[in-house]
Design a protein around this ligand. Structure first.
Ligand code: NAP
Ligand code: HSE
Length: 333
């Protein structure tokens, strides 16, 4: 066990960031054992220092509104502030300065992840983002690592927790649409800009990241055939109910054509599914991803797709792995 800590800078203390900070404080000894050195939280960058937030157990005095200085002194930067800027600039500054990065920011990765990963590679650093896709469920690892020896044919899923919560509340409990959106926000499921969820942009970013991992192709947000859930009417829900079906926001990616001329398509759209289908039975903020692979057959991964503690689980998993690799590299030097 090394006594030299791994210095961790946390960017953001909202739904996810506050949960990460609390867990780092609560479980300091456990994480130190897993990493082989203490994880030292050196600071937490926020926008509004005066905003009330639950950081129980976290050392006082860690909050700052100067994320740049925090990044410059870190070994690992955890970006959970969201948005394109300043998140992108701070991540690039971290990588250029020799830090590794954990991020849950799917919009940034879907739009600029190729450049960010290229920079990480040039700098010999890592960017980990399991939390960006289906929060607590290790679907990125499954697609990118566990199935690296197989041929994935298609991926389809409920990959957005808030819209699944809304659709479920409206269909199953008759909650008015806007009230269900409010409840999803109260649970910490919605993005800072809820239109990202409701218009399918959040699901689109996730399916883009999954398609890139599955097939190594440069699909982007502009390639997604996308429709959100705001155009759904009471009549649509009635009609679904009348035929024993429910409406789900399904994201899908599929690959066709020969290896030399592979065509990958990606879509997000409200879809009618049987009420007893695994998608139909996926309730509240739960997500379900179904992967069809040539040798493995059909795999189903299901679990919490949103929420502070649930997302923190994936963020912390990436953090422990990156910190452990740094400690090993330090010992090998
Ligand atoms: P959030 O509750 O809105 O929190 C964002 C945090 O970042 C806040 O603490 C905010 O500061 C801080 N921040 C934002 N802009 C900043 C700036 N310019 N400078 C300094 N600090 C800034 O968001 P969240 O729900 O935790 O989500 C964070 C990220 O995780 C997003 O990329 C989101 O897509 C992703 N994610 C979220 C979930 C989920 O279930 N919520 C799941 C998976 C992934 P203040 O507190 O002072 O406003
Ligand atoms: N807003 C996102 C969702 C958070 O509802 O799924 C998790 O990525």
């Amino acid at each position: 066990m090394s006594s030299t800590p791994v210095r961790v800078a946390l960017l953001g203390a909202g739904t996810v960031g506050a949960a990460v900070a609390r867990r780092l404080a609560d479980r300091a000894e456990v994480f130190a054992g897993r990493v082989g050195a203490p994880l030292e939280l050196t600071g937490i960058a926020v926008r509004d220092l005066g905003r009330p937030r639950d950081l129980s157990g976290v050392l006082p005095g860690l909050l700052t509104d100067d994320p740049g200085s925090l990044v410059d002194s870190a070994d690992v930067v955890v970006e959970v502030m969201g948005g394109l800027q300043p998140a992108r600039g701070l991540i690039e500054r971290a990588l250029a300065g020799g830090a590794d990065v954990v991020t849950a920011n799917k919009q940034l990765l879907a739009q600029h992840g190729v450049e960010i990963e290229a920079l990480a590679e040039r700098e010999g650093r890592s960017v980990a983002y399991e939390a960006a896709v289906v929060a607590a469920v290790p679907v990125m690892r499954t697609v990118r690592d566990a199935l690296a020896g197989d041929e994935i044919r298609s991926i389809s899923g409920i990959v957005n927790g808030s819209t699944n919560y809304v659709l479920d509340m409206v269909a199953r409990l008759g909650v008015p649409f806007q009230d269900a959106v409010q409840q999803a926000g109260d649970r910490g499921y919605l993005e800072a800009d809820p239109t990202e969820d409701l218009e399918g942009l959040d699901a689109a970013a996730k399916i883009v990241l999954l398609a890139r991992a599955a097939w190594g192709v440069q699909v982007g947000m502009e390639d997604v055939q996308r429709e959100g859930i705001t155009g759904l009417t009471d009549a649509d829900f009635e009609e679904a109910r009348g035929t024993g079906q429910v409406i789900k926001l399904i994201a899908s990616a599929w690959c066709s054509g020969p290896a030399a001329d592979r065509r990958v398509e990606v879509a997000v759209r409200p879809t009618l599914v049987g009420a007893e289908h695994p998608f139909g039975l996926t309730r509240e903020g739960t997500n379900l991803v179904i992967i069809d692979a040539e040798s493995a057959g059909t795999l189903r991964l299901s679990g919490a797709g949103a929420g502070g503690d649930e997302t923190a689980s994936a963020v912390l998993g990436d953090l422990v792995n990156l910190a452990r690799a740094r400690v090993r590299a330090r010992e090998a030097d």
